[in-house]
Design a protein around this ligand. Structure first.
Ligand SMILES: Nc1ncnc2c1ncn2[C@@H]1O[C@H](COP(=O)(O)OP(=O)(O)O)[C@@H](O)[C@H]1O
Ligand SMILES: [Mg+2]
Length: 349
């Protein structure tokens, strides 16, 4: 789903959470739209979990207000709030079968036995665990347990889903598999989802919008594409992907727009091409900038080839797809780096 003129469902209004004299979350204002997949991304300790805990009602804001569907929920205890939550630790009831784990939230709502069984069957099928209803959580793999946790969070048809690093305990392959599963569940249920992670790849893959947090505050909020392509700050540029910060002292920085004061010039590694020093000018040479550097390192990364190239006092990183028959450069070799002037970005230092 694309971020559009969707109605607001959840609003944080100038929310602050203090622990003693330390603010875990500082003056945070944020609107979550109906049906969107919003990810809160940030390093450990940046306040992500605190935001989620306040939304869930487990932690009370020190200042500010949280509004859900137009109503302030500050005075509503968590057990009176209607929401599905999945945490990193699966938190399934270990002494109950998968089936009973899924039935539990329905039982709490007074759904009758026949209806319960029907809903559990349907849900087990949706998360590809049709034949696992009779198992105990300990008889499931990590990925399967996490799918049960997701199913249990969704089974009561909550108005929104909260995920706190639900995939971080899984190994890489399984994590990717679960990412696409979470994504298709979101598509299928259309449920507003707020997910917390420190994993930039997960955020880029899953989200309609990403909120980048740093030290309790929002650094930038935007779509994955916009955040990656137009990061506002150096922090965002280097937290989402790799960023080359270009030093003015090493060479003249030529860009299509003038450099605003207080900013740094940045270019993404994949926007730089490495060619032979003295290579003939390209037809679009007037739009390009080129500098001479010395290869410091060449790294094979499966389908990608990365160079570290020293230019003056800067070490620039490049990344390209390894094509067959392509000339590679060795450590110590002189090369020419080229980029389009329109690929230079200016980020706040
Ligand atoms: N119950 C608590 N008591 C005191 N400090 C806390 C508590 N919970 C979180 N913090 C502090 O608040 C900050 C933000 O924590 P948290 O929201 O868990 O960050 P994240 O989820 O981004 O890693 C951290 O410095 C953390 O140590
Ligand atoms: Mg956390």
């Amino acid at each position: 789903m694309k971020a559009g003129p969707l109605p607001a469902q959840i609003e944080f209004r100038a929310v602050t959470k203090m622990y003693g004299r330390m603010s875990a979350v500082k003056d945070l204002s944020l609107t979550v739209r109906l049906g969107e997949f919003l990810t809160i991304l940030g390093p450990s300790g940046s306040g992500k979990t605190t935001v989620l805990m306040m939304l869930a009602g487990f932690v009370a804001p020190t200042e500010g207000d949280i509004v859900i569907a137009g109503k302030s929920v500050s005075a509503v205890p968590s057990y009176r709030r209607d929401q599905g939550i999945v945490f990193q630790s699966y938190a399934l009831f270990p002494h109950l079968t998968v089936r009973r784990n899924l039935e539990f939230p329905l039982e709490m709502r007074g759904v009758n036995g026949v209806e319960r069984a029907k809903r559990v069957d349907r849900m087990l099928e949706r998360v590809h665990l049709k034949d696992f209803g009779g198992r105990m959580p300990s008889q499931l793999s990590g990925g399967q347990q996490q799918r049960v946790a997701l199913a249990r969070a969704l089974i009561g048809d909550p108005p929104f889903l909260l995920l706190d690093e639900p995939l971080s305990a899984l190994d890489r392959n399984l994590r990717e598999q679960m990412q696409s599963e979470v994504k298709s569940l979101h598509r299928e249920f259309g449920i507003t989802t707020i997910s917390v992670t420190h994993d930039q790849e997960e955020a880029l893959t899953l989200s309609d919008r990403i909120v980048v947090m740093r030290a309790g505050q929002i650094e930038q909020t935007d779509t994955p594409e916009a955040l990656y392509d137009r990061p506002a700050t150096r922090f965002v540029a280097s937290f989402l992907g790799e960023a080359n910060i270009l030093q003015n002292t090493d060479f003249e920085i030529q860009a299509d727009v003038a450099q605003p004061p207080g900013t740094l010039a940045m270019i993404r590694p994949e926007r730089i091409s490495v060619v032979m020093s003295g290579a003939p000018k390209r037809t679009d040479a007037d739009q390009r900038h080129s500098v001479i550097g010395i290869v410091d390192d060449m790294i094979y990364a499966g389908p990608l080839r990365k160079y570290h190239v020293r230019v003056g006092s800067s070490l620039l990183v490049t990344r390209e797809h390894a094509a067959s028959g392509q000339r590679t450069f060795q450590r110590g070799e002189e090369v020419q780096l080229e980029w389009l002037r329109s690929d230079i970005r200016f980020v706040a230092a």
